[in-house]
Design a protein around this ligand. Sequence first.
Ligand code: PLP
Length: 462
Amino acid sequence: MRYISTRGKAPALNFEDTMLTGLARDGGLYVPETIPTLSTDQIAAMAGQSYEDIAFTVMYPFIGDTFTEDEFRTLISNAYANFGHTARAPLVQLAPNHFLLELFHGPTLAFKDFAMQLIGQMFQKALGRKGERVTIVGATSGDTGSAAIEAFRGLDNVDVFILYPHGRVSEVQRRQMTTPTESNVHALAVDGDFDDCQARLKDMFNDFEFRDGVRLAGVNSINWGRVLAQVVYYFSAAVSLGAPAREVSFTVPTGNFGDIFAGYIAKRMGLPIRDLVVATNQNDILDRCLKGQGYHKGSVHPSISPSMDIQVSSNFERALFDAYDRDGNAVAQLMAELGQGGFDVSQGAMQALQAIYTSGRASEEETSAMITRALNTTGELLCPHSAIGVKVAEEQRGGTTPMITLATAHPAKFPDAVEAATGIRPPLPARMADLFEREERLTRVANDLEALKAHITGALNT
Ligand SMILES: *Cc1c(COP(=O)(O)O)cnc(C)c1O
């Protein structure tokens, strides 16, 4: 299994190097050269299996010879052992033919744990046997950072630096990043928004001297290993509702397009998915783009669903690569135009995108109203991101195909928004109830590449 860059100019890599590298050296994102498929019999055999067994069947064809079958089974089993639910990704019913896929039972209460816990295991295994050390730098709108810190804290071969927008993450998110005591964990509060954090991260990767000097590795949602781990729950959920004999649809609260892109990979692997619905908040560049209005950046408007507050959706590049028939030059050209503010999608590529994805958005008022309505009609407390998904799904679903909406975070991760909508302050699960008593440790840094580089180099040398 080889991985190629969406901009066509970086060398093809195997799974291990793709995972350890993150971003390709030509600025592109790695994708599998060919997408393996599973037969109907293989999918049917998943019925009734554990999440871990399904995970092995879905992911192993992508791993090549990076891990043996036994090694990979062990990594999967370690990754999900500390989830708070034995089903890992349980499905609950919301309404006739509408289901909620609860992806928030991991250690930091958001779906990011599914990928990050596995990435932590895979990095440790791969680096340990090479005797190498890396510096992980990530940018976060809140959930990626806490999930990464939780996955890498205390590991021998890794230092982890997380850039988050100062003052723009929820208190629970911030405390999950700033309270771990391990010395390999560094939380950096950047004076800027999430797109600034993401841009500085890209700058660091494009500064080859720095990149090679500190052995930079990325675990943002552009890391192929993360997308791959998220393909699994599309299978587990669909099979619970009768796939492969029965089609299903999914609605996905979307920001960086990693989660929904995993759904697209599941579909390409042979899972019968009818609709893949992109749900955005008021930062709706993807909804506008998928409705044919081009991909033009605005400014980020902070919302009650901060993990979706972005304008540049990094994994969308992978979708564009396929929509442009895997023409790396065309993608590189679009990304250059994006640097100047935006681009229009060609007619052919637009048709290709619209054949796979549909979309909708929810305003702030609609999101709050949905949280209230879900509680009143189902008894479920939804986090704002999940509520956006449910609202958009309600508008899109029809016919006899079951709709599965991804619940991307636990309501207790966003207690202010949930309390404002329902009057109920959702409590943290018992295993993290002392989060507000733990001491915080963070460094405030300017939105400036040189300042960030200096801080990271300094911290590594002490
Ligand atoms: C990261 C995140 C999203 C967006 O997922 P993408 O893969 O970036 O599209 C949605 N909801 C929550 C709670 C998240 O943490």
